[in-house]
Design a protein around this ligand. Structure first.
Ligand SMILES: *Cc1c(COP(=O)(O)O)cnc(C)c1O
Length: 368
């Protein structure tokens, strides 16, 4: 098993590296989930999550992966047509969820790598009546960051709600739920929050929950009305993944101690350092090698690097792995033509420097 110990070498864009003490918290004995001990864990955890989402609304904790809450968001959204903004693989999944829930829907395609332009959304919304818009804050497949405050404002101008996937945004990139007037934001445990996979978190505005009550086919497991009622009692609607709650309780306390603002700044600094490294690498590998997302539209949590045609993701990953580090291949249609460095979660600048040194040596060894 020792070969599997990561110790700052796992720069995968999700799941991300989890600190050993957070992993150990999952071995605590079980407690009843209807009782004061669990309720105090829930209360502490969700109070910390409120600081992370910058909200005074309750934060729902769901024992599922993030996709579950994408489906929940769709099913609880007001009746009517859905507009899905698609600029990568995860925003395509959000669109797929709307389709699978049999919503009347349209897709607004944006080239992979680019962020969604709020003005383009605005003109689309002016042409057709929509009840809800789906958007991904930080597109983990391409590394693009969309201005969800502006997209939500555009949706509101046209009477639609905005459903936001911030799975690699929350904890890494600024997001102010209350101040930005957002409707629904979801995230997952295994990305910038540096927890094991298996929990998903969401915040819904009071108006969104009120609107959901009028929706007849909300289903059961991902129903925000249920989450809202149980959160008021510091409970979950059904048996939660208690070991993951223990891990989250410990990790969120550490995030609050760091402060979410410092965490955002740490992610921004790691991302900036990665762009500088890519620029330096270009001087040796040619201009075809570049950061996929345009400057100013990049997520601080993951950098997607387009490879020159002489390289494949498989070759790069192997060479990096031989030097002790794990990074990600591309995702979806960019699987072999890009690689992704996940500089999110609890990684430090010192750890990133070591990872980039290993990547540097790997790339140079591959020059033909
Ligand atoms: C990882 C990820 C998801 C999917 O999360 P699951 O936990 O696998 O369901 C959705 N959206 C984005 C942006 C992601 O990075």
């Amino acid at each position: 098993m020792t070969g599997l110990l990561t110790n700052g070498t796992f720069f995968f864009p999700g799941p991300t590296e989890v600190r050993p003490e957070v992993l150990r918290a999952m071995t605590l004995p079980m407690i009843p989930h209807r009782g004061p001990q669990f309720e105090s864990v829930f209360a502490r955890l969700t109070a910390s999550l409120q600081l992370v989402f910058a909200t005074s609304r309750p934060v729902y904790v769901c024992s599922s992966s993030a996709t579950g809450l994408m489906e929940g968001a769709i099913r609880c959204a007001p009746a009517g047509r859905v507009l899905s903004l698609v600029n990568g693989a995860f925003s395509a999944r959000f669109a797929a969820a709307a389709r699978a829930c049999e919503r009347d829907m349209d897709v607004l395609e944006v080239p992979w790598g680019e962020a969604v332009d709020p003005d383009v959304v605005r003109s689309k919304l002016a042409s057709t009546q929509y009840a809800a818009v789906t958007v991904v804050h930080s597109e983990t497949s391409t590394g693009a960051l969309t201005d969800i405050r502006a997209v939500t404002a555009a949706a509101h101008e046209h009477g639609a709600v905005c459903l936001v996937d911030s799975v690699t945004g929350i904890g890494a990139a600024e997001l102010l739920f209350d101040a930005w007037g957002l409707d629904f934001v979801l995230t997952g445990s295994q990305k910038a929050l540096a927890l094991p996979p298996g929990l998903a978190f969401a915040v819904a505005s009071a108006e969104f929950v009120q609107g959901a009550r009028a929706q007849r086919d909300r289903g059961l497991y991902f129903d925000v009305v249920e989450f809202d009622a149980y959160a008021a009692k510091n409970q979950t609607p059904n048996t939660p993944a208690i070991p993951l709650f223990f891990a989250a309780d410990l990790q969120l306390a550490a995030i609050v101690a760091e402060t979410v603002q410092v965490r955002w700044a740490r992610h921004a600094a790691m991302a900036q350092r990665t762009y500088e490294w890519v620029d330096a690498l270009r001087s040796r590998h040619g201009d075809a090698l570049h950061v996929l997302a345009p400057e100013g539209r990049r997520t601080p949590s993951v950098t997607t690097i387009t490879l020159p045609t002489s390289l494949t993701a498989g070759k790069v990953l192997r060479a990096v792995s031989e030097r002790g580090y794990t990074i990600g291949s591309g995702y979806g249609k960019n699987k072999e033509t890009t690689v992704r460095i996940g500089h999110m979660g609890d990684h430090t600048m010192e750890g990133l420097e070591r990872c980039l040194a290993a990547c540097d040596a790997a790339f140079d060894a591959l020059i033909v």
